[in-house]
Design a protein around this ligand. Structure first.
Ligand SMILES: Nc1ccn([C@@H]2O[C@H](COP(=O)(O)OP(=O)(O)OP(=O)(O)O)[C@@H](O)[C@H]2O)c(=O)n1
Ligand SMILES: C[C@](O)(CO)[C@H](O)COP(=O)(O)O
Length: 245
């Protein structure tokens, strides 16, 4: 569906279909966790499956690039088949850095829907409502990222040391998360430049910012943390098992 038709459908309160392609990055090495946090099952479920099901509940979803470690191909293919999403899904081997994995996903989805969402599979508590909120903003302004306004005081330290250099104005600081949604051409341009310039970024919005686009932040206070180290593993499963996540 074209951008114009998408906007018209949205204004007419019809939920448009197939307008946001998604890149779900799941090709990290889980070094801080110490075991593969996305593919290791607990009571028969993996965080990857939980996250994927939540992304699939977004009704505007088009195609999906599932970016995984190459050696997990058969597991990912079995999951896609169990969920009945083989037609809409490309399973893509990831790269060394997160940005290489996103770029691999983007290339696999070339010439698709007018918007592309990037989401970390390591944030399995994402909800359909959150994705919709981010998308509404992206639809309006072209580039949107979910985040949490800082609730703590944030200090900058001396490089490599624990001495405080200064205290930052926290009213301006956000902790950035995914999902992040962009007009396709914006993300494409940003990633082409990133790869050409051999620059490293830690999120997709940073790639977009550096080629001159403005990204609007979407505040979210719900659970959407990145499952990174062992305490997060316990927390995420207890939230899921209690039905709170
Ligand atoms: N080369 C990479 C690195 C990260 N990711 C994905 O990007 C998300 C955010 O990364 P993080 O949770 O920090 O995962 P890891 O890279 O696996 O963690 P670590 O740095 O501890 O190894 C995760 O869904 C991860 O699978 C990826 O697809 N490809
Ligand atoms: C994209 C991200 O989730 C934003 O918080 C985060 O930066 C990814 O972390 P990584 O350490 O770069 O994998």
């Amino acid at each position: 569906m074209s951008l114009e038709k998408t906007l018209a459908a949205w204004e007419g309160n019809t939920v448009p279909r197939n307008v946001v392609d998604a890149i779900l990055v799941a090709a990290g090495q889980s070094r801080r966790m110490g075991f593969d946090k996305l593919f290791t099952p607990r009571k028969g479920k993996t965080l990857l499956e939980i996250c994927l099901r939540r992304v699939l509940s977004f009704s505007a979803l088009g195609r999906l690039a599932l970016v995984i470690p190459a050696e997990r191909f058969s597991q990912a293919a079995a999951l896609a088949s169990r969920l009945g999403i083989e037609q809409k899904t490309c399973i893509v081997p990831g790269g060394r850095r997160r940005q290489d994995s996103v770029y691999a996903g983007l290339n696999a989805l070339s010439e698709g829907s007018p918007f592309v969402m990037v989401h970390d599979a390591a944030r399995p508590l994402v909800t359909c409502e959150l994705i919709e909120r981010v998308w509404r903003v992206a639809l309006e302004v072209g580039a949107a990222a979910c985040g949490l306004p800082s609730r703590d005081t944030v200090k900058e330290a001396e490089s490599g040391q624990n001495w405080v250099r200064r205290t930052l104005d926290r009213s301006l600081l956000w902790l950035i998360q995914t999902p992040q949604i962009f007009r396709r051409e914006i993300l494409q341009k940003a990633y082409e430049a990133l790869m050409r310039d051999t620059v490293e970024v830690t999120d997709d919005a940073a790639a977009v910012e550096r080629v001159g686009y403005r990204v609007q932040l979407v505040p979210y206070e719900g659970w959407n943390f990145k499952v990174t180290s062992p305490p997060d593993w316990e927390l995420v499963w207890s939230l899921l098992e209690r039905g709170d996540g």
